[in-house]
Structure formats: C-alpha cells, structure tokens
Design a protein around this ligand. Structure first.
Ligand code: SF4
Ligand code: SF4
Ligand code: SF4
Length: 173
C-alpha cells in the first residue's frame, strides 16, 4: 500500500469515534447527538459523499457542543470539531470536491492505467477485489489488443492493482 500523509478529516473522525466507543457516558443529549452526527458527516466527506450541509453541521457542532456538553470530555470533543472547522477549511472544501489533499482517504484516491506502458499481462485484473478493471490478456495474432482500463465507479482505491503491475503502468492520482 502506498504511504500517505495525515488527513485532518480522518484524524478528527478517529478521535471522535474513540471517544464515542469509550468515555462518552450518554448522560446528556447534546454530546452523543453532536458527536455522532459529526462522525457521520466526516465519514461522508472521507468517502466523497459530503455535502455543504455536512460543513454546516460540523460548524454548528463545533459552536454548540463546547457550550452544551455537561462535562469537559464532551466539551473537548466539540472543541476538536471547532478547531477542524476553523483551521482546516481548505481541506474540508477539498473533500467536498472529492479530493483528499493528504491522499489518505482511500475512497477518494483514484488510479489509472498509463496505456503506453500497459503490456496487457492481466496481473492487475487478477489482483482487483472489486472487478473494477477491464481488459483481456495480449494475444499476438489478434489485431485488436487494447490496454487495460480502470472503471472509476467500481474502484475503491485499495491500490492492489498498482502493487501487482510489473510495468509500473498504474498511476495513483
Ligand atoms: S458531555 Fe460528558 S456527561 Fe455528557 S454525555 Fe458526554 S461524556 Fe457524558
Ligand atoms: S485500486 Fe483496488 S479497486 Fe481500484 S482498480 Fe485497483 S485493485 Fe481494483
Ligand atoms: S498489470 Fe500493468 S501491464 Fe499488466 S495489464 Fe495491468 S496495467 Fe497492464
């Protein structure tokens, strides 16, 4: 798997999930309501399904949760969301446009075959768990051999095809 930088969306999502699974006691309503809806919004953004509404929701959680949470644990979760909204607006907007600047959100990473390097060996297609690669192995006597192609709508960005390709013909974008 290709090494990736840190993505602020994934970091805050991970912190909130850890809190929701652990210290959150559920004794006051704003805390679980705010934290769980923020996790859902960050999950959508990390998968390329985020909307303007998600940015507004995060903004509201960041503004209200530090005031309404009954204890410092919930307040801290709200502050983490507020810091993300205040300091990482550019990264949030990039995710809205289905782009992860750190290249860490797997669902937003795309791969493509460089046709000039593809020898039609079939290794990528065999490695793909999503059946997202179209192509047929090279046959010398055929006149219609074509380089392989990745179907973006089926690809989940796992990168196995790029690892399997002996020609370095699959590029991460
Ligand atoms: S803010 Fe504190 S008291 Fe309220 S649910 Fe969260 S952890 Fe419990
Ligand atoms: S990145 Fe993964 S899902 Fe996408 S084409 Fe390559 S192997 Fe298939
Ligand atoms: S593994 Fe590489 S060379 Fe082989 S078919 Fe796929 S893209 Fe082409």
């Amino acid at each position: 798997m290709t090494t990736t930088a840190t993505c602020s969306v994934l970091v805050v999502k991970g912190e909130l999930e850890k809190f929701a699974r652990g210290d959150m006691c559920g004794r006051c309503l704003p805390c679980p309501a705010g934290v769980l809806s923020a996790i859902a919004a960050l999950t959508r953004l990390s998968q390329g399904a985020g909307t303007e509404g998600d940015l507004e929701l995060l903004s509201r959680v960041g503004e209200l949760l530090p005031q309404l949470a009954r204890c410092p644990r919930g307040q801290k979760a709200g502050e983490q969301v507020a810091e993300l909204v205040a300091g990482e607006g550019e990264a949030l907007r990039a995710h809205l446009a289905r782009r992860c600047p750190a290249g860490a959100c797997q669902g937003l990473v795309k791969y493509r075959v460089l046709p000039e390097l593809c020898t039609m060996c079939d290794e990528c297609r065999k490695a793909c768990p999503q059946d997202a690669i179209l192509g047929e192995p090279y046959v010398a006597w055929r006149g219609d051999n074509r380089p392989y192609r990745i179907l973006e709508e089926l690809c989940d960005g796992c990168g196995r095809c790029a690892e399997a390709c002996p020609e370095g013909a699959i590029q991460r974008q």
